[in-house]
Design a protein around this ligand. Sequence first.
Ligand SMILES: *Cc1c(COP(=O)(O)O)cnc(C)c1O
Length: 222
Amino acid sequence: MPVSLNNYNAIKTSLDAKEVTLVAVSKTKPVEDILELYQLGQRDFGENYVQELVDKQAQLPKDIRWHFIGHLQSNKVKYIAPFVHLIHGVDSASLLKEINKQAQKNGRIIDVLLQVFIASEETKYGLDENELVSIVEGFGKAEFGNVRVVGLMGMASFTENLTIVRTEFKKLKQLFDSLPSTGNVNIKPQFLSMGMSADYPIAIEEGSNMVRIGSLLFGTRN
Ligand SMILES: *Cc1c(COP(=O)(O)O)cnc(C)c1O
């Protein structure tokens, strides 16, 4: 399926008006497709797989802001640490620690979002409410000078029942608004990453300011 420039222009215009960041999710799609949106001005792209991201980053313009939105294994942080713009799916203290270490090695500060489990399905990654609080409080005390927690990310249940989806997004927004204040300068909640092709309008109504959209822009994936 070809890239939909019409969808891109319409979505981008409506998101800009609401000051919502569009992350164009390009996983499994070729670099040519990414360049089509790049040429229209898109700079934020999201990828799920480390090797694929590393390969694409090497081939594409260096001013692209790469978002890692997949499940990141600690032993792979080093491959994306030199260039990644934002890591969305952080769900453990040990991963935070490794990101800090690799950021330090690269002389940079890496921004991350903590992933919260909001769906009713058992398969999704993420922290529950208690784990979120304990990780934020623990981080507040830790000397992690090279990683900055800038918000939360979550995925709603994969269901056509939009009432369930809305309830889950509402829950994540509440957690975002009530993040414990630790006084640590490296915790600065600004971004709430929620909403995909099927549910982004609801996510925005519920307070999202960063959406991750793939298939509406790039076509369905195999
Ligand atoms: C693939 C993916 C998306 C994009 O999904 P679409 O339904 O194609 O918009 C968004 N977020 C995450 C975490 C993903 O893995």
